[in-house]
Design a protein around this ligand. Structure first.
Ligand code: SF4
Length: 300
């Protein structure tokens, strides 16, 4: 299958003051270790997630979400995050892989940002487990993109599914909840699924950009995600939309064809509409509701 043609994405070169997408900014402290150096380095790292209570390995979803790190650990994370502010996304991902693999994972809805991260990981850590929260309400185009990722990168993105099928769920509630109670629907079909997926992990990568919303604007490069009891790494936090599309164009990264049909942000089909010229890029998500996030990336 040929590569999709980029249209109407406001493509431009990455802004010069931002970390380069090509990884050519030198950050000496973040050198990738050779395999024979890994054991020594691991011995010198602080414990990955020292919890003041709870082990994070409890089978209880609630226990995993409640696990609290020590103040010292949070301080270390904040320092690392500050240091990584000037690193490229590739360097941030390499840092995360060195520090947390094999308990480092990535969740993706196959958005343009997530596709950039998949491309980057395919180059230096293709074994990184990547999963998709398959709510049962995703667009066919999104599901097809998973197949494209398999063909292009040899990476099989794992579906993580809710406990009930769409049919069972709608039967239980007398119809779909996305119209009447989307918060509950997202809780059941996304948040709880990620909470289960988080068990056994130490860290996860998200593809959020700070300029997407005021809440996302507060995201550190590396921080503690109390909702899921994991370290959250956001390698694209400093990127702008044009950086994402410049990277996609340069590397011919596959992307969801819906972006060329007026859907800058794609989620589940019942909660996504195309946007009009001049509208915010996330205006098509949960249109008509006060809701702006599914809850995976909100700080509350
Ligand atoms: S985005 Fe819509 S359909 Fe998808 S889980 Fe949330 S409320 Fe349900």
């Amino acid at each position: 299958m040929g590569q999709p043609v980029l249209k109407n994405q406001g493509i431009s070169e990455p802004t010069s003051q931002l970390p380069s997408a090509t990884g050519d900014v030198s950050v000496p402290l973040l050198r990738v270790l050779r395999p024979e150096e890994m054991d020594d380095a691991a011995a010198n790292l602080p414990e990955k997630i020292p919890h003041s209570e709870g082990s994070g390995s409890s089978p209880s979803v609630v226990a995993a979400a409640q696990a609290a790190p020590t103040a010292e650990f949070l301080e270390q994370l904040a320092e690392e995050s500050q240091r990584l502010e000037s690193a490229t996304p590739q360097e941030i991902l390499q840092w995360a892989v060195q520090r947390y693999a094999p308990k480092f994972s990535m969740a993706t809805a196959f958005g343009p940002e997530g596709m950039c991260i998949i491309h980057m990981l395919s180059e230096f850590a293709p074994e990184t487990p990547i999963f998709n929260l398959e709510t049962g309400y995703q667009f066919e185009e999104t599901l097809e993109l998973r197949e494209q990722v398999k063909r292009r990168y040899g990476i099989e993105v794992e579906y993580k599914r809710p406990e009930t099928s769409v049919e069972e769920y709608e039967r239980m509630h007398g119809g779909p909840l996305y119209n009447s109670n989307p918060n509950q629907c997202c809780m059941d079909r996304k948040i709880k699924v990620l909470q289960r997926a988080a068990q056994g992990l130490d860290a996860w990568a998200s593809a959020i950009r700070r300029d997407q919303s005021p809440d996302r604007g507060k995201a550190p490069i590396v921080g503690w995600d109390k909702k899921f009891g994991l370290v959250k790494v956001s390698p694209l936090a400093n990127w702008k939309k044009q950086d994402v599309w410049a990277f996609i164009s340069k590397h011919q990264v596959p992307y969801n064809p819906l972006h060329d049909r007026g859907y800058p942000s794609v989620g589940c089909w019942p909660c996504t509409r195309s946007v009009l010229a001049g509208e915010d890029e996330r205006a098509g998500r949960w249109s008509g509701f006060a809701k702006t996030e599914c809850g995976l990336h909100s700080s509350d």
